[in-house]
Design a binder for this molecule. Structure first.
Ligand SMILES: *[C@@H]1O[C@H](CO)[C@@H](O)[C@H](O)[C@H]1NC(C)=O
Ligand SMILES: *[C@@H]1O[C@H](CO)[C@@H](O)[C@H](O)[C@H]1NC(C)=O
Ligand SMILES: *[C@@H]1O[C@H](CO)[C@@H](O)[C@H](O)[C@H]1NC(C)=O
Length: 339
């Protein structure tokens, strides 16, 4: 997608976008907007996996499956500069070690060396044990710093759909699960270009992450239990769209003020801190093995207990420094998007 778009084009687009924002009137959105969902064909297109992507008759629900042959994925037709992006996801049940399901934003196909990325990644499970969820943020090719956090969940994500959302404004990034914010990244001077600032596409994928996903690769995908099916519905794309095929922009809703105004209320912040205290199992801010000196923004976060177990730190280290060979092209693309 969009490989012919030059960075210069985006620079001009940003200028144009700013002009449009100024002429738009800020409209108040609820803190977690319950926005109109799109049909799959309106907003998305298949990325890989041929018949392992199945679109339901309702036009809104998509099943992505992983079997011995391939995983599957889809991507938004447009790139977006800021906005609110959401999907209701139901994860594969039972044994799913090594299986990675991801809902994320990236522009790695447009900016190879300076890409931006925002991730929700579900890192498989071992039967009877809970799934782990990871969030991550990269800006302008900042792959030398992985800003990962990992969490357990307060529900079984294989039993029902739950909504996973990313708010990305000029000032902050907020990850939500259902209506609870679970992570906020505030743009700071010291982050510089590490704060994502160029238009990104939205992706959903399922793939084989045997080498690292579950307990640092100790538990692999077992194809005896295949196909692994992840269900997506309630797809929300609310942002400043950029059509990569004709370079048009449709910033109708995308007054940056709208997204900047979506801040976390006092109650929501209390809920976020409760979640983080109880369910966060890893934060790069506390990983003194990978980062003897923590990133400056780490000093801003609410100080919580020391989450880090050396095992998690080590597996994370291997994930980021391990070899990447032995993968299909698509898997390499997906893998590099998280590493
Ligand atoms: C969003 O809308 C759906 C359908 O109208 C409703 O069931 C759900 O409770 C709403 N969620 C929120 C957070 O308002
Ligand atoms: C992004 O990275 C490129 C290449 O390293 C650099 O030239 C540019 O100044 C960076 N942009 C920002 C906003 O930091
Ligand atoms: C998009 O661009 C094409 C040509 O570049 C133009 O013909 C078309 O009218 C544009 N569409 C919108 C919605 O601006």
């Amino acid at each position: 997608m969009a490989s012919s778009s030059s960075p210069l084009f985006f620079y001009h687009l940003l200028l144009l976008g700013s002009a449009l924002f100024l002429t738009n009137e800020a409209t108040a959105l609820p803190e977690v907007p319950n926005l109109t969902t799109l049909s799959f064909d309106e907003g998305y297109t298949q990325l890989f996996g041929d018949s392992n992507l199945i679109l339901h008759q309702d036009g809104q629900t998509v099943h992505l499956s992983l079997d011995q042959r391939t995983g599957a994925g889809f991507a938004s037709q447009d790139l977006y500069l800021h906005g609110f992006f959401s999907a209701s996801i139901k994860l594969p049940a039972d044994y799913a070690a090594g299986v990675v399901v991801a809902f994320y934003m990236s522009n790695g196909d447009v900016f190879e060396k300076t890409h931006d990325e925002l991730d929700f990644e579900f890192l498989g499970n071992i039967r009877g044990r809970e799934w782990r969820v990871q969030t991550n943020v990269y800006g302008n090719g900042s792959t030398a710093i992985g800003r990962e956090e990992r969490y357990g969940l307060w529900f079984d994500p294989t039993e029902d759909y739950h909504q996973y959302s990313i708010l990305w404004s000029n000032e902050r990034i907020i990850f939500y699960i259902d209506n609870t914010p679970i992570r906020e990244v505030v743009r700071t001077q010291t982050m510089g270009g590490d704060f994502p600032s160029k238009p990104m596409s939205v992706y959903a994928t399922i793939w084989d992450g045997s080498t690292w996903a579950t307990s640092g690769g100790r538990y692999k995908v077992n194809y005896k239990f295949a196909p692994y099916v992840a269900e997506f519905t309630g797809l929300v794309l609310h942002g400043c769209a950029v059509d990569p095929s004709n370079h048009n922009t449709t910033c109708l809703e995308s007054n940056d003020g709208v997204y900047n105004a979506m801040m976390i209320s006092t109650d929501q912040r209390a809920a976020m801190e409760r979640f983080r205290k109880k369910h966060m199992t890893y934060s790069y801010c506390h990983d003194r093995i990978r980062y003897p000196t923590p990133s400056p923004e780490c000093a801003l976060g609410p100080e919580t207990e020391s989450f880090l177990t050396t095992g998690e730190a080590r597996s994370s280290y291997r994930h980021h420094h391990g070899k990447r060979n032995g993968r299909s092209t698509v898997d390499v693309a997906q893998y590099s998007s998280v590493a």
